[in-house]
Design a protein around this ligand. Structure first.
Ligand SMILES: Nc1ncnc2c1ncn2[C@@H]1O[C@H](COP(=O)(O)OP(=O)(O)OP(=O)(O)O)[C@@H](O)[C@H]1O
Ligand SMILES: [Mg+2]
Length: 506
């Protein structure tokens, strides 16, 4: 008799501790349903996750945890039927808390049998919203990475083509200068020359966009006060949007200075504004805004200035959105778009150490946001424009391409310089030792052991006072030396060459 009592006590104890365990588990909602789906037990996890006290939920149907559309489609009872037929029901999906908020739930339903009869269901629910958010974020980051790798590969390709193009354009535009002078006042010739000139400039502009996309544009980053800059180019932007579109500005006065290449920034803004105009055939408003943004993303952190161009246009369909930054992707009719505008914007933002984001809603409009890193030094004023002036002195031209060399010689001679030309760095060093020069004008990319940069560094060592000007159609290496040696971007015009020479420290 005593033994039986003890056994009963043990059983009672073990049931009690089991009940305490189930009731005390806070991270899982563990509860029972009767065969029709009425809640018959409840634990602290259920209360914590779903917000109901036991008195509020016992006796209620479990379908109230489902969203309205799920309830309307009969999902709760379907879940019970599947659990019964297949021995288990498992799912991840949205569920609703008492306060109406949603959470992402992992749900398991097991049928419970006693003597072969279904007596109800055991239900286990976990709130995995945070895990799901982390997963989604990871997927978004992976997608972003894949996207940027694809664009990098395209950049390699376009960069090479653009470099060769630049040398061709250099030859055309330089030769034009010579032609113009010898054509005198033959009208027909002058008209033909000016047509070639226009086409060449267009070619140079396109090539420049390609180079920016490839991040091969040799850039001269400097401090920019965005408010000041936007005021200075307001007129160009107004002309860009045309008359049927309103242009508005919303520039935070306390916006930090940024560091970027000014002309690239202006080109990027113009590209965005023109796109915005094209997205609003019926007219509308383009707003250019700027404000400070501090980021602490794993992929990007620090202080940035966010420059946005917002339109009230047609928006971008989801299947197009993935491709808009690719070079030559356009949805515009033949002759209207080249598909290089956003490629330039993308390359520019990344080369400047920032990025570009897009947010679009069909029929409502689109916002492009360029993030540029904050400049810690105060902006410096640009040196006043130096007018094209006639120079004098002896220049050593270091250029391997004979056609480009011929053009450069013609331009330099027009400016009044005596030119000697060599084809590589080693010969240049010898020539300087033998005959001396007043300054050196060298291409960066050259065959041979030493390129233009190597030459410049070597000359700085042995002739610290000798002015050096570098030229390049593109150069990754240029990024490392800007500031140390002035770099002229090919193709250049005669006044640009003249200015660059005049600015050389002597
Ligand atoms: N603000 C915008 N609203 C809607 N669609 C846009 C917008 N900006 C860009 N797009 C889409 O992205 C595509 C690519 O733009 P991108 O500026 O690179 O080339 P494009 O404007 O077609 O040609 P290009 O700029 O070289 O003249 C456009 O053809 C258009 O479909
Ligand atoms: Mg465009």
């Amino acid at each position: 008799m005593v033994k039986k009592l003890n056994q009963q006590k043990d059983l009672f104890e073990s049931e009690r501790s089991f009940r305490l365990l189930v009731e005390g588990v806070a991270d899982y909602a563990l509860y029972m349903l009767d065969p029709t789906g009425i809640v018959t037990s409840w634990n602290i996890g259920g209360e914590r996750i779903k917000g109901y006290a036991p008195t509020e939920i016992l006796g209620q149907h479990f379908s109230r945890f489902y969203t309205q559309p799920d309830r309307a489609s009969g999902k709760p009872l379907r879940a019970l039927r599947i659990a019964r037929e297949q021995g288990r029901y498992e799912e991840e999906g949205w569920r609703v808390r008492k306060d109406g908020t949603f959470f992402w739930a992992s749900v398991i339903i097991d049928p419970i049998y006693e003597d072969g009869n279904l007596v109800g269901f055991a239900k286990v629910t976990r709130d995995i919203t945070e895990r799901r958010n982390a997963q989604l974020k990871l997927e978004a980051m992976q997608k972003q990475l894949a996207e940027s790798q694809k664009l990098d590969a395209l950049g390699q390709l376009t960069g090479g083509v653009a470099h060769d193009f630049n040398n061709l354009l250099m030859i055309i535009s330089g030769s034009l200068h010579v032609l113009k002078r010898s054509a005198g006042d033959d009208d027909r010739l002058q008209r033909a020359i000016s047509a070639i000139d226009t086409a060449t400039k267009r070619g140079a502009a396109l090539t420049s966009q390609l180079l920016t996309f490839a991040r091969r544009q040799s850039v001269n980053p400097q401090s920019i006060d965005f408010g000041e800059r936007i005021a200075a180019i307001g007129e160009v932007l107004h002309a860009g949007v045309g008359s049927s579109v309103r242009l508005a500005f919303d520039i935070d006065r306390t916006v930090w200075p940024i560091k970027a290449d000014v002309s690239e920034l202006e080109t990027a803004l113009l590209n965005l504004v023109i796109n915005a105009r094209d997205a609003m055939p019926e007219g509308g408003t383009v707003t250019i805004s700027a404000g400070n943004r501090s980021l602490s993303d794993p992929l990007r952190s620090g202080d940035f200035v966010a420059i946005s161009v917002t339109d009230t246009g047609v928006g971008i369909p989801a299947d197009v959105l993935d491709k808009i930054f690719e070079p030559f992707f356009t949805t515009k009719p033949m002759g209207k778009g080249t598909g290089l505008g956003l490629s330039q914007v993308h390359g520019f933002a990344h080369q400047a150490g920032g990025t570009v984001e897009v947010d679009s809603e069909l029929g409502k409009g689109t916002t492009f946001t360029i993030l540029l890193p904050r400049e810690m030094d105060a902006p410096r004023r640009e040196i006043a424009d130096i007018a094209q002036s006639r120079g004098s002195g002896r220049v050593l031209l270091v250029e391997d391409n004979p056609d480009v060399a011929a053009v450069s010689i013609a331009l330099l001679e027009q400016l009044g310089y005596q030119v000697r030309r060599v084809a590589d760095a080693e010969t240049a060093l010898r020539e300087i030792e033998l005959n001396g020069v007043d300054f050196v004008f060298s291409d960066i990319v050259m065959p041979g052991k030493m390129d233009g940069l190597g030459l410049a560094h070597r000359l700085r060592e042995i002739h610290p006072g000798l002015p050096i000007l570098l030229a390049t159609g593109y150069s990754d290496v240029a990024a490392g030396v800007r500031g140390n040696f002035p770099i002229l971007r090919k193709p250049y015009e005669i006044h640009e060459l003249s200015e660059a020479i005049a600015k050389l420290p002597r």
